[in-house]
Ligand binder design. Structure first.
Ligand code: FAD
Length: 477
């Protein structure tokens, strides 16, 4: 795939001038792009230095579906359309996949910490089933899902340390079992048998779900991209990375949305435009809509998280994926004052697992700290010290050696204040769909979300009730 260097455009360049459609922003293109296939509608050319080759400085392409955002949600949506329809798809990203929350994800595809009957339950169940079906399918093709997805059926342990937590875990196991999930309550002795290196005291216990799995976000994303790119040669798939969406292309100033103007290109989406830009979706929608008479206010916020990675760490052996019971409270709860006080909004809950490469992953923090992704060493130390309360083996490593060895993944989870994603068409713009707000569960809910979006666009019966995720009433007046 040859990369085409894009020449710098005239800074006063106006998208209206090129596409003769309406768009509110001016833009300048300075980076390179590498479209895999193109169906050009309209383009300009400029001579490269030396005058030999002719290079499009900006172009207009037409697809059936344009997906904005190449995180796990956007890429899974593209994959769904490619595999289950004959539509052509473009994926646009301001950067590259894994540059957002997806790249920091621990990879748990878990049901044990979810609550039967709540709004995300059915979507999570469906999604987990789709992941399992895909892993089985890969296996049937003679490929190891561990290799391509980082897939491990570790089972999950939700761990309590107090009598109160143990009582809650017993109830949780009953609820999960009643909802058809294999789950077992492990008292201290049984838990010690399963995880000898875990030290939670004799009041400790766990809810164990043997069918819960994990994946490696980076391997999975690479595998999805590889699969999507197989459709490029059929003219059905194109990627536009390092090319942020800037505004909608509309038939008239306030008319139908026909496509998306990116920094470098005009991308028409004949059937649908899907905005799956994670925590940036709220800001982006305002930018895309410009002076529209339709007000869309997606209240998604960035919830920053650190995940520690200790490569090939042999001093701790784990048999399952682990999470402390308090995680459930931290995931769901943000008080009104937390939203204004970054320090107060900080919570840390222990998660620990060994990934497909043999690395120890330890999580994680949650904090409403705006869009910054700076490393905060104090928070990193606190995550480590907190984990060491569960695993005495970690105390044998001095803080200084830990600081030398550890890597930190940082991501901004797309947090919706009502605790559930927003998935569906925008009222008044039936061909524009939102898919974001999965917070700490975007990897696990990705395939179910993708199926839901594709079924909506293709007007097929939905497998899961979409009403809890509707845009109306949550993002629109
Ligand atoms: C520490 C941590 C641990 C986690 N662990 C788990 C876990 O174990 N299990 C689980 O299910 N989930 C987990 N998550 C949550 C999960 O990672 C997220 O829910 C998920 O990655 C969200 O995916 P997304 O595609 O919506 O967003 P993102 O991955 O953030 O992708 C959004 C994309 O939109 C792009 N974008 C932004 N603006 C524009 C624009 N103007 N034009 C074009 N593109 C744009 C960005 O560049 C980005 O690539 C974890 C998250 C963190 C931070």
């Amino acid at each position: 795939m040859a990369a085409i260097s894009t020449l710098v455009l005239n800074p006063s360049y106006d998208c209206n001038e090129l596409v003769n459609h309406h768009c509110s922003s001016l833009f300048v293109s300075q980076k390179s792009f590498s479209p895999l296939t193109v169906k050009r509608r309209n383009h300009r050319f400029q001579k490269a230095s030396g005058g030999r080759s002719v290079i499009p400085v900006s172009a207009s392409y037409s697809f059936d579906v344009v997906v904005i955002g190449a995180g796990i949600i956007g890429l899974s949506i593209a994959r769904r359309f490619l595999l289950h329809s004959d539509l052509s798809v473009a994926v646009v990203d301001a950067s590259v996949p894994c540059s957002g929350a997806t790249g920091a994800g621990q990879g748990y595809l878990w049901m044990v910490h979810k609550t039967p009957g709540n709004d995300v339950w059915d979507l999570s169940i469906r999604s987990q089933k789709l992941w399992q079906m895909w892993a089985d399918d890969i296996q049937d093709q003679g490929i190891d899902p561990l290799k391509v997805l980082g897939w491990k059926k570790t089972g999950s342990l939700l761990i309590g340390r107090t009598t109160k937590e143990s009582d809650e875990l017993k109830k949780r196991v009953q609820q999960l079992s009643a909802a058809g999930i294999r789950a077992e309550y492990l008292s201290y002795g049984d838990l010690h048998w399963e995880e000898p290196e875990l030290a939670v005291g004799t009041e400790g216990s766990a809810a164990f779900s043997p069918d819960d799995c994990q994946l490696d976000a980076h391997r999975t994303v690479a595998f999805i991209e590889e699969g999507n790119r197989l459709f490029a040669s059929h003219g059905r798939y194109t990627e536009f990375y390092h090319d942020p969406a800037v505004c909608f292309l509309r038939s008239s100033r306030k008319g139908n949305v026909e496509g998306v103007k990116t920094k470098k290109n005009s991308l028409y989406g004949k059937k649908a435009i899907v905005v799956a830009a994670g925590c940036w979706t709220g800001l982006l929608m305002r930018e895309l809509l410009g002076e529209s008479d339709i007000i869309v206010d997606v209240p998604v916020q960035p919830r920053k998280g650190f995940l520690l990675v200790l490569e090939k760490f042999n001093s701790l052996k784990l048999n399952h994926g682990l999470m402390e019971a308090d995680y459930v409270n931290h995931e769901n709860f943000v008080s009104a004052s937390d939203a204004f006080d970054h320090d107060q909004s900080l919570s840390i809950s222990m998660t620990a697992t060994i990934d497909a490469s043999g690395n120890l992953l330890i999580g994680s923090s949650r904090q409403l700290a705006g869009f910054n992704i700076e490393l905060n060493k104090q928070i990193v130390d606190r995550i480590w010290e907190h984990a060491a309360q569960f695993f005495p083996a970690l105390k044998e490593l001095s803080l200084a050696s830990f600081r030398e060895q550890r890597k930190v993944r940082i991501g901004l989870r797309p947090y919706m204040p009502d605790g559930k994603p927003v998935i569906g068409p925008i009222p008044g713009m039936p061909n524009v769909f939102l898919a974001t707000g999965h917070e700490g569960g975007g990897l696990s809910m990705a395939l179910g979300t993708a199926e839901m979006v594709a079924d909506m666009v293709l007007e097929q019966p939905l497998k899961v009730d979409h009403k809890p995720f509707a845009v109306e009433g949550r993002c629109c007046r």
